[in-house]
Design a protein around this ligand. Structure first.
Ligand code: SME
Length: 159
């Protein structure tokens, strides 16, 4: 297993994802424990991009329950359809929010969070969990993040 993450010193996020995703693949490929792998993925994304919060919520009894994450303490449970995470869960689509203050129903786990992306992880046609990333800056996420993070979600679904 890699002992340290190699992160290219660039502001070009395509390049960072391109360098980091294969390292994540190596990091998780021989480890069967899902929690261990999700914990390392959250850590890798936070370290690579300096996001404010990165973590997973598991679908459990039709609500979301907090899983491995990196960042400040967060809401433990999110109901179906509530907030950005609940929308990604209910609609099984990636949701990008450029300004969380403009998103009706946004659940503010921290007032510092300004923009957010939530990617569903779908297996057997069902959302099993969501990957939630928060930034403390506005407009941090776009289609580039969406494409790479959906590729990561597919990698996780295959675990
Ligand atoms: N803001 C999210 C809640 C989770 S925290 O950001 C970690 C939402 O509206 O679903």
């Amino acid at each position: 297993m890699a002992e340290a993450l190699y992160i290219p010193q660039t502001r070009e996020k395509n390049e960072i994802y391109q360098a980091v995703l294969p390292q994540i693949r190596v990091l998780i490929q021989d480890e069967p424990n899902l929690i261990a792998n999700l914990a390392n993925i959250a850590a890798a994304l936070k370290e690579a991009f300096g996001f404010f919060w990165v973590g997973f919520y598991f679908v459990e009894n039709e609500e979301l329950v907090l899983g491995p994450f990196q960042g400040p303490v967060a809401c433990t449970r999110i109901r179906y359809g509530k907030g950005v995470c609940g929308k990604a869960f209910a609609e099984a689509v990636t949701v990008i929010v450029p300004d969380v203050n403009q998103f009706p129903g946004h659940i503010a786990c921290s007032a510092a969070s300004q923009s957010e992306i939530v990617v569903p992880i779908i297996k057997n046609q069902r959302v099993q969990m969501v990957l939630d990333i928060d930034s403390d800056r506005l407009n941090s996420f776009d289609v580039i993040d969406q494409q790479w993070l959906e590729a990561l979600a597919a990698m996780i679904a295959a675990l």
